[in-house]
Write a new protein. Structure first.
Length: 150
């Protein structure tokens, strides 16, 4: 399972960089996404996945985070940075929350199709918390490697 977690995290960071680089708005999303990846892993560990995806939805939108449950390919999540209503921090929160849900669904840890059902399924779900934390740890490392500060 660990190898798959790594693959999903790496593919997501590569796609986000490919889609968001090149424009000022996209660069803002990348910097904000790197910041989310750096600090949300700790929050996942201490507070759990249900709370973290809820924070991501609250700071972006339920619809954007829910894309993680409906996307057929991880590249669909990277395109969140092109949505006009989600810029900078909001887009970064949306991509981060959607990525967690996508990874959990792709790994067979959750099966929900809606945000509300996913939050319910994630409450007190220790396996999901462990898998999400492993994913977030790899996401943090790859974000630090691919997205530079400055």
């Amino acid at each position: 399972m660990m190898e798959r977690v790594e693959e999903i995290a790496l593919e997501l960071v590569e796609e986000v960089c490919k889609v968001c680089k090149g424009s000022r708005e996209g660069e803002d999303v990348l910097k904000a996404f790197r910041a989310r990846a750096r600090n949300m892993a700790t929050q996942l560990y201490f507070s759990g996945t249900a709370l973290v995806v809820s924070i991501c939805a609250a700071r972006s939108s339920v619809e954007a985070v829910e894309k993680g449950l409906k996307a057929r390919a991880i590249s669909e999540l990277a395109h969140i940075c092109n949505q006009r209503e989600l810029t900078g921090e909001k887009a970064a929160y949306a991509i981060y929350g959607a990525a967690i849900l996508y990874a959990l669904r792709a790994l067979g840890t959750i099966s929900s199709q809606s945000f509300a059902d996913a939050v319910r399924e994630l409450m007190d779900n220790r396996l999901a918390d462990i898998v999400a934390w492993q994913f977030a740890t790899w996401l943090k490392r790859f974000s630090e490697a691919y997205i530079h500060e400055g």
